[in-house]
Structure formats: structure tokens, C-alpha cells
Design a binder for this molecule. Structure first.
Ligand code: URA
Length: 200
């Protein structure tokens, strides 16, 4: 991770960071993935969403949240007046874990310096994390998502301080539709904060 931190720190732009990641061989996930899944959305956006890891469709297209979860995510964003041009979307790891397993804590730790730098360069005013692993990474906790979701906290990501809201992962909502009620509360809370900051 210290090699990753030094490398990430040299990136002065998102394009440089992407190039550094393309050439970074320190994370084993890379060798079983088709390609880097760096980000989607608007790098100028003040709102950042952090997911878990690319799945099969993301691995194919090289973009986060373009499969079934992504379609639900688009509807969730649409329900509060957002779209891909009003947010910037990343994952805790930029390569697909084999078989769509959850990235290991070691893999997330290895990639964290790059995520940190990505957040520093985008400098979002609000962050929403999707699902347990992203929440645990960003909130530096081992608490579960069911306990943490819906509660705002100021977090420090790299050197960037930002209010962050954890919500449930769209893939979880697809498996467990009644949980959409909770996610809806979180989305309304997120929308209220967007309004309060004049970001809408
Ligand atoms: N799930 C995630 O967490 N991220 C993606 O990019 C796709 C599905």
C-alpha cells in the first residue's frame, strides 16, 4: 500500500491517475479482469457515489454500474432528480473480482490510496456509499450496513473531508425488494442535503 500511496500521490489529474492505475501491477485482481473500471459520470460533479466492485457487465464495458444494479441505480438517482451527469461514480476497487465475489479487505486496502486520490481530485461536496464494503471502507468501521445506513457522518477520504451517507446496495435491493423502503428514506435524506447545499 505504501507503493500505491506514493504512486497515487503523483497524480495531478484524473487522467494521470487513470494512467497510473493502468500501469499498476500491485493488485492481483487486475490480472483476472478484462480491463480497468475507473469511473463514470461527471468529474466536475459535486456528488460522488462509491460502490463496491465491478461486475461482469462493468468488466466488459469498462464503466461502473452498467449492469442490472446500475439500471436500478439510475432509477434511484432519477427518483431524486439526479442522473449520470450530476454525479461521479467509482468503486472501492477498479477491477472485477473473479466470479463477482466481494473484494477481500486486503484488495480494498491495496486500492484505497487510488480511491483516496480520486476523491481528492474530484473534491465532492457530498458522498453516498452503496452497500456494506464501500461503507466500511469509507467510514473506517466494521459495523454492518443495516446499522449504519441512513446516518450521515463527516468522513475524511485521503485528505478530503466530506459529509457521507451510507445506503443499501442496489444489488441487495434487487434480491430484497422490501428493503427499497429504507433506501428510499436514504435517498430523500440525500436529496434534502443536496438542496440545503444548493447543489440541486
Ligand atoms: N456493483 C458495484 O458495486 N459496482 C458496480 O460498478 C457494479 C455493480
Amino acid at each position: 500500500p505504501s507503493e500505491a500511496r506514493q504512486l497515487a500521490a503523483t497524480a495531478q489529474s484524473l487522467e494521470q491517475l487513470r494512467g497510473i492505475l493502468e500501469n499498476y501491477d500491485g493488485c492481483g485482481l487486475k490480472f483476472r479482469a478484462t480491463q480497468l473500471v475507473f469511473a463514470d459520470g461527471n468529474p466536475e460533479a459535486k456528488i460522488m457515489l462509491i460502490g463496491e466492485a465491478p461486475g461482469a457487465e462493468e468488466d466488459r464495458q469498462g464503466k461502473p454500474f452498467v449492469g442490472r444494479s446500475g439500471q436500478l441505480l439510475d432509477r434511484m438517482l432519477g427518483a431524486i432528480g439526479l442522473d449520470r451527469n450530476s454525479v461521479y461514480i467509482v468503486n472501492t476497487v477498479p477491477w472485477r473480482p473473479p466470479g463477482n465475489r466481494t473484494p477481500t479487505p486486503e484488495e480494498m486496502e491495496l486500492c484505497l490510496p487510488f480511491l483516496n486520490r480520486q476523491v481528492e481530485l474530484v473534491a465532492p461536496r457530498l458522498v453516498m456509499t452503496l452497500g456494506g464494503p464501500a461503507m466500511q471502507t469509507v467510514f473506517k468501521t466494521t459495523n454492518g450496513i443495516i446499522k449504519m445506513r441512513g446516518k450521515w457522518q463527516d468522513v475524511t477520504i485521503g485528505s478530503h473531508q466530506v459529509p457521507a451517507l451510507p445506503t443499501l446496495h442496489p444489488a441487495y435491493l434487487l434480491r430484497n425488494p422490501p428493503a427499497k423502503q429504507q433506501a428510499w428514506k436514504d435517498l430523500l435524506s440525500f436529496k434534502a442535503r443536496i438542496g440545503a447545499l444548493g447543489l440541486g
